[in-house]
Design a protein around this ligand. Structure first.
Ligand code: NAD
Length: 368
């Protein structure tokens, strides 16, 4: 086995986080062995678990651990136990938002994939999703309405006036657009910019900037869609899209819509990227307190987050592909956790599903 090259901060968090992370680390071990590399995996506290042990959701030692790592493999945080805390101390707000800020994570990638064998999980009619689909939403994460200034509520007459500002600068658009174009190069080579250029000044700057950058990527086709139409097309024909590039608010909404039409949150990974190779990788869903501790959570979102991490932060593309192939193979051959099983269909637990994926990787049998 090769010497460890690169360090991963493993932050399991709360709810199903620790269960799906434990299962995922088995898959990590299998892929390290089969592909002859070794990473250093270091666990840290985050979220409610960190509040209980250290009094805050993102302890200093966890920040230090992340700073000394190439990537963060994140579980999920939050749960009923911490919901009565003041908003700023709640696990999600007090852990994830500071991590995004500290590490300048400006691009959020959320693949929404519906496997052909799981079309029954989608709320859409079977003929709309026949054959499944594979859409990647690239969302700008640190600008727009959520951060633009002024952002305030002031007294006005007998009432109040509240303002949020949707502001973008060229460089903020350029860096996330580069991420979208590079992702499209590995996919079907189509980028669709989601905007509202018929009414928003900021959307005009997005169009101008993205069009200018497109010249650097002659192999990628670029088109544009208004956000209201994009929301409609995602439920009419999600398979028509490849990469959807969105500013922060539009991406927040559309990525949840795409996740919903893909069926289960238990299948969907995500990546948040900054400059360089650093990234934070986590399932798109939350801590699922309703099923935590029962051993039935779907580990695939976390396992596919591992694949994204190996690919994007460590350049281990073949290892990532073998994980994806093992997941696709297990699904194809009928392995189901409860969230993706048809009514009456037998389902497997978290460990069994991860064990099957690890077995496929070890035996090299997970070919697509
Ligand atoms: P959720 O995503 O945790 O759960 C929504 C539904 O999806 C539940 O029925 C759950 O059982 C199911 N689900 C999610 N992941 C699954 C998996 N891997 N396997 C099977 N089923 C799965 O959303 P919620 O219920 O709104 O939030 C629960 C907690 O999670 C809250 O405290 C919320 O703040 C937190 N949360 C955290 C994150 C994060 O850590 N990034 C994101 C969203 C929500």
């Amino acid at each position: 086995m090769a010497e460890a090259k690169g360090k991963v901060a493993v932050l399991s968090g709360d709810g199903i986080g620790p269960e799906v992370m434990e299962a995922t680390l088995r898959v990590a071990e299998a892929v390290e062995t089969s592909h002859g590399f070794k990473l250093e995996w270091k666990k840290g506290l985050v979220g409610g678990a960190a509040i209980d042990a250290k009094g805050k959701a993102l302890p200093d030692e966890t920040v230090e651990l992340c700073k000394s790592s190439t990537a963060v493999l994140f579980g999920s945080v939050g749960g009923p136990k911490w919901e009565s805390l003041p908003p700023n101390e709640q696990p999600e707000r007090a852990a994830l938002l500071p991590l995004r800020k500290i590490f300048g994570l400006f691009a959020n990638l959320r693949p929404a994939v519906l496997y052909p064998e799981l079309t029954g999980c989608s709320p859409l009619r079977p003929e709309r999703v026949a054959g499944g689909f594979d859409v990647l939403i690239v969302r700008e994460l640190t600008g727009g309405l959520y951060f633009g200034q002024p952002k305030e509520t002031v007294k006005k007459g007998s009432g109040e006036r509240a303002v949020d500002t949707m502001a973008y600068e060229t460089h903020e658009i350029e860096r996330v657009t580069e991420v979208a174009f590079r992702a499209a190069e590995e996919r079907k080579k189509r980028v669709t910019l989601v905007d509202k250029a018929n009414v928003l000044e900021s959307s005009l700057l997005w169009r101008k900037t993205v069009k200018a950058l497109a010249a650097k990527y002659p192999g990628i086709s670029l088109d544009f869609i208004y956000v209201d139409n994009a929301a409609m097309q995602l439920v009419r024909d999600p398979g028509r899209f490849d990469v959807l590039l969105c500013e922060n608010l539009f991406g927040d909404i559309l990525s949840d819509e795409a996740a919903a039409v893909a069926g289960s949150l238990g299948m969907l990974p995500s990546a948040s990227l900054g400059q360089g190779r650093f990234g934070l990788y986590e399932p798109s869903g939350g801590s699922a307190p309703d099923i935590a501790g029962k051993g039935i959570a779907n580990p695939i979102a976390q396992i596919l987050s591992l694949a994204l991490m190996l690919d994007m932060s460590f350049g281990q593309r073949a290892a990532a592909e073998s994980i994806r192939a093992a997941v696709a193979g297990a699904i194809r051959e009928g392995w189901r956790t409860a969230d993706i099983a048809s009514p009456g269909e037998k389902s497997q637990g978290t460990r069994e599903m991860a064990g099957e994926i690890a077995r496929r990787i070890a035996s090299g049998s997970g070919k697509r």
